[in-house]
Design a protein around this ligand. Structure first.
Ligand SMILES: [Zn+2]
Ligand SMILES: [Zn+2]
Length: 330
């Protein structure tokens, strides 16, 4: 069934790709003298359309919920604007897919070298032959393995001071919304994409499945940031990371303070937090953000920047301050 849905979607995207290419992209390439890039542009357009469709579906499903059942009422939505820009850049830039396809020949070569020298592969199908024959089974296994890697990636983002300064861009949003998931430092985005693409290739994820894994992961993570009351119930909340669970991770004083302290790092599933004792199920709605953004005496009214450029620049300034030993606070 999943196969049919993916095939139908592929058809739809391919039709859009051809239409847009002939009517928009090709005339532009011709006009600006870039016809040498026609093949690459045609291929990239496919992923740009996937990204745009993702944003459209997320908005259509989640925005009405935010309007009908908000957790926090805001009179001014200005702070959300930067996150909308982050989302368009992240989704249309299609970093993960770019890295996956760019690194594929290298990993194919690596795997044949490993076979020649008899080095055991960690490709899931060779560890457990036949298990990936069923698309749904292999999809679930890949999702769980990558999510485990995501949990640790997220813990390192909090644990390693310099890395935290990049991740602080994500946490500095005090008005969480369906757009907040992609509010990440672009350098962190690059590291993240390379990490997951490399890992996926290493465990043998096929390109068609990688596309779906990225799309499902992105959608679930947008749901977690939504400013809407979505009580999943006791059981579902322990299967998937809920908005309440992730909001706790963003809560000032609870989710991310100190190098050892912090809770709810799970990306899609809260299982790793339960296993490694970092889960908090407290549902109290707390202010979100970073403590030093608060006015004194609680914080220092630190400005993390309103727009994308300022947020990127300030992150580098904080990294330099940290390296010079002038910043210990996490
Ligand atoms: Zn975090
Ligand atoms: Zn978040």
């Amino acid at each position: 069934m999943i196969h049919d849905v993916v095939a139908q979607l592929d058809n739809l995207v391919s039709t859009l790709q051809t239409l847009l290419y002939i009517d928009v992209v090709q005339p532009l390439l011709f006009k600006f003298g870039f016809m040498g890039y026609d093949e690459e542009s045609y291929d990239a357009l496919y992923w740009v359309i996937i990204g745009a469709l993702e944003i459209l579906v997320t908005y259509v499903v989640l925005r009405p919920l935010e309007a009908l059942r908000p957790i926090e009422d805001w009179t001014n939505r200005k702070a959300v604007r930067a996150d909308v820009l982050y989302t368009w850049i992240a989704k249309l830039g299609i970093l993960e897919l770019g890295f996956f396809f760019a690194m594929q020949p290298f990993f194919n070569h690596l795997q044949s070298l490993m076979a020649i020298y008899d080095i055991p592969s960690i490709d899931i199908d060779s560890l457990w032959p036949g298990v990936t024959d069923h698309p749904l089974v292999s999809f679930t296994i890949y999702l769980v393995v990558l999510d485990f890697a995501g949990y640790w990636y997220h813990r390192w983002q909090h644990r390693i001071g310099v890395w935290w300064e990049l991740h602080a861009v994500h946490h500095s949003q005090q008005q969480m919304s369906l757009w907040s998931d992609d509010r990440n430092h672009l350098l962190d985005d690059v590291i993240n994409s390379a990490y997951f693409a490399a890992l996926s290739l290493l465990i043998g994820v096929q390109p068609s499945q990688f596309v779906v894994l990225v799309a499902v992961g992105n959608f679930l993570q947008s749901v977690q940031h939504v400013n809407a009351r979505l009580p999943l119930g006791w059981l579902l909340e322990r299967i998937f990371v809920s908005p309440a669970f992730h909001r706790r991770h963003h809560a000032v004083g609870y989710g991310h303070e100190g190098t050892r302290y912090g809770c709810n790092f799970g990306v899609l599933f809260p299982w790793w937090d339960m296993l490694f004792r970092t889960a908090s199920w407290n549902r109290t709605v707390e202010p979100t953000g970073i403590r030093d953004q608060l006015p004194p005496p609680a914080g220092t009214s630190r400005d993390y920047g309103q727009g994308l450029l300022a947020q990127h620049w300030y992150a580098f300034v904080r990294i330099v301050q940290r390296l010079q030993g002038r910043r210990a606070y996490q």
